[in-house]
Every structure is written in structure tokens, then in C-alpha cells.
Design a protein around this ligand. Structure first.
Ligand SMILES: [Fe+2]
Ligand SMILES: [Fe+2]
Length: 374
């Protein structure tokens, strides 16, 4: 086998013949690390070797330079990155979640058994289409908002950036699968969610000026509630196609929620001075969750949880869960059970994120605690 020194010699004589300037040959990052593919192939985790695994607590990289590459002084200052402090966006396992996202992509065109959708009673089909219209819009928000943070984050923190890119792909697929469901059975799109619903989501999530603020609202409050609902999707499915849509979408949502939980956990450990601030986002999120629970018993929804805010969707859900408009009350009871489960799963996630003290010290919403303990 030719050694590196020997091949350099050959290249140098070649360069002399052709008058090539090979000064760039010596401009390289760390070299010669041993990289071994693991059980899941060659993952990003496997190439976190030597200095390439070192993630700076603060990043001064304003030029788009890949982490570990050699800087060049004449580079354009292309990135006015807002996120250049590690604890602002980091989590322990972003690379792993990203790899999982890549390995679990699915196709709304071919992985859903669309042929199992048969004609449904008119009220059920209308409720199905109303819910699909609502979800189509909500999924767009879930892609659009994290998208804005990608270009605002230093390339030194590429792992969470790439996870967010994978989330956008997931949400695009969710958007399209619910749009397809609306049209797949002879129905179509219905009225869009109320202005209060969408402006609430946009106001609450999209106006966030800080990544953690956005993540607490989107990944924990918003997608957490949607995840619980998708997990219960079997209860409101009328064929295998709908069951599969909810199951596959729930698999994706659980990754998005895990990202948010793991980021809060990292922040609670590395930047405890920000905990009070995060508790304030959670105060707001809990009021939203309760809005959902209140809506399910006929109250006025003021929820930040998109699946709970919209009265149109709540009515559609109750019809789907009950088995028709004549069983609306029964459907409402089932919806209330889902809302309670949303609260309980929220409590588990917050504990796992390192903010469980709020449930012991009286900070958490009293009404929410009553539901959680019921
Ligand atoms: Fe989604
Ligand atoms: Fe999501």
C-alpha cells in the first residue's frame, strides 16, 4: 500500500510538472482519526472523533465555516447568527435523533393503505375533513417556525440545526398526508381554523424571540398535545389508512417532542440561571393545556395547544370519537379523557426535562395538578 508520504511525493512531482499550487494540501483540520461504523451504520455520532467532537460553549463562527475546518481570514461574514451560545440550543442527542429521522422517513403516497378508505356516513366524512383541514394548517406552522431558526444558528451547532431540517421534512409530510386524507374519500377541505386559533399559534410560537422560548412553546406545549392526540388516533380512525397516518405521524412527533425535552434538560443543567424564565413559558403553556380541557367540557378555549384551541376541531373530534353527530356527548367524554391524558403526559415530560420542581412547590397550575392527580 502506498504511504501518505509516498503519495505526497508523487503528487508534488505531478504538481511541479503542471505548475500547480498545492499550498492548500497543508491546510487541514485534525487528520488520522480512527472512525468505526456502529450498529446503525456510520452515524454522525461515530464521526465525533478527536477535535471534531469538541463543541464550543460559545461560537465566534460568523462565516459558515464547518466545525473542525481551517478558518480563512478573507471569508465573507455571511452569518449574523443569533444562536451562538451552546446552551441556547444544545441537547445531548440531537445527532442520534437526526439519524433516527433519516432512517424512519415514510411516504404518504405509498406507505398509507389508501384503498382501505371506504365511503363513510356524511357527518363522519365532514368531521374527518374538518379535522384534516385544521391539521393541514397546523402542520405548516410546525415546519415554518423551526425553519426560521436554522439560518440563525452557528454552523458549530450543526447537529440541532440538522435535526430541525429533518423536522421540516416530517412536518411537510404531515401537511400533505392530511391534505390527501381530506380529498381521498370524495370530500375536500373545509373551513380553515378560526383566526383566534391561528393567530394564537402564530402569536404564541412564531413571535418567540429566543430559541428556547420557541422550543418550549412548539416542541413541549404544542407538539406534546398533538402527540398525545395522534397516539390515541386509533380511537378516531375508521379504516387502516387513518390508523396508519396517526401511528406514523405520532412516531415523528415523538422525536420532535423528545428534542424539546432534551434541550430543556440540557439547559436546566448548564444554564440554571435561565430556569425561572423557562418556568414562565411553562406557566403560559399550562394555561393553554387547560384551555383545551375546558373546551372539552364546553368552556372557552384559550389554549396554546393547537389541537385544543379550535372549537371547530373539538366538535369534529367529538363526532369522530363518538361515532357520529347523534353520539356527540359520548364523543365529548372521550375527548375529555384525551385532554386528561395530554395533561398527564405533559407532567411526565416536564419532570423528565428537569423542571419537575414546579409540581412539588406549588408553581404549577392548581387545576392542572388536580387533573394530573385524578
Ligand atoms: Fe407534525
Ligand atoms: Fe412535529
Amino acid at each position: 500500500m502506498t504511504t501518505f508520504a509516498e503519495s505526497m511525493k508523487t503528487v508534488e512531482s505531478y504538481a511541479e510538472d503542471f505548475e500547480l499550487d498545492l499550498a492548500w494540501f497543508d491546510k487541514r483540520g485534525e487528520w488520522g482519526n480512527e472512525v468505526i461504523p456502529g450498529r446503525h451504520g456510520l452515524t454522525l455520532e461515530d464521526i465525533q472523533v478527536g477535535a471534531y467532537g469538541d463543541v464550543p460553549d460559545q461560537s465566534d463562527n460568523m462565516t459558515g465555516r464547518p466545525r473542525g475546518a481551517v478558518p480563512r481570514p478573507d471569508a465573507f461574514r455571511v452569518g449574523s447568527y443569533v444562536v451562538r451560545t451552546k446552551s441556547d440550543i444544545w441537547l445531548a442527542n440531537a445527532a442520534m435523533l437526526y439519524e433516527e429521522a433519516l432512517q424512519r422517513q415514510w411516504s404518504s403516497a405509498t406507505d398509507i393503505p389508501w384503498h382501505t378508505i371506504k365511503p363513510l356516513p356524511d357527518d363522519i366524512e365532514r368531521a374527518e375533513c374538518q379535522l384534516a383541514t385544521f391539521l393541514t394548517e397546523v402542520e405548516f406552522v410546525a415546519a415554518d417556525v423551526p425553519g426560521r431558526w436554522i439560518a440563525n444558528t452557528t454552523p458549530d451547532y450543526f447537529e440541532p440545526r440538522m435535526f430541525l431540517i429533518s423536522q421540516i421534512m416530517d412536518e411537510a409530510r404531515h401537511l400533505d398526508v392530511f391534505r390527501k386524507r381530506a380529498l381521498a374519500n370524495g370530500g375536500g377541505l373545509m373551513q380553515r381554523p378560526s383566526v383566534a386559533t391561528t393567530s394564537g399559534i402564530v402569536g404564541g410560537i412564531d413571535m418567540s424571540r429566543d430559541f428556547t422560548e420557541m422550543s418550549a412553546r412548539l416542541h413541549i406545549s404544542g407538539e406534546g398535545g398533538v402527540l398525545t392526540m395522534f397516539r390515541m388516533g386509533e380511537m378516531m380512525s375508521y379504516n387502516q389508512a387513518e390508523e396508519r397516518i396517526y401511528r406514523l405521524a405520532a412516531q415523528d412527533e415523538s422525536r420532535h417532542v423528545a428534542f424539546g425535552v432534551m434541550h430543556l434538560r440540557y439547559l436546566s443543567e448548564m444554564a440554571p440561571e435561565r430556569m425561572e424564565e423557562v418556568h414562565t413559558y411553562l406557566d403560559e403553556g399550562e394555561r393553554g393545556l387547560l384551555g383545551g380541557a375546558a373546551a372539552a367540557v364546553g368552556g372557552v378555549s384559550v389554549s396554546q395547544n393547537p389541537a385544543a384551541r379550535d372549537t371547530l376541531s373539538n366538535d369534529a373530534l367529538a363526532i369522530l370519537l363518538g361515532g357520529g353527530k347523534d353520539h356527540f356527548d359520548e364523543g365529548h367524554k372521550k375527548l375529555l379523557a384525551i385532554r386528561h391524558r395530554q395533561v398527564k403526559e405533559y407532567v411526565q415530560r416536564i419532570r423528565s426535562a428537569g423542571f419537575g420542581e414546579r409540581f412539588e412547590n406549588g408553581r404549577a397550575n392548581a387545576e392542572l395538578m388536580m387533573i394530573a392527580q385524578s
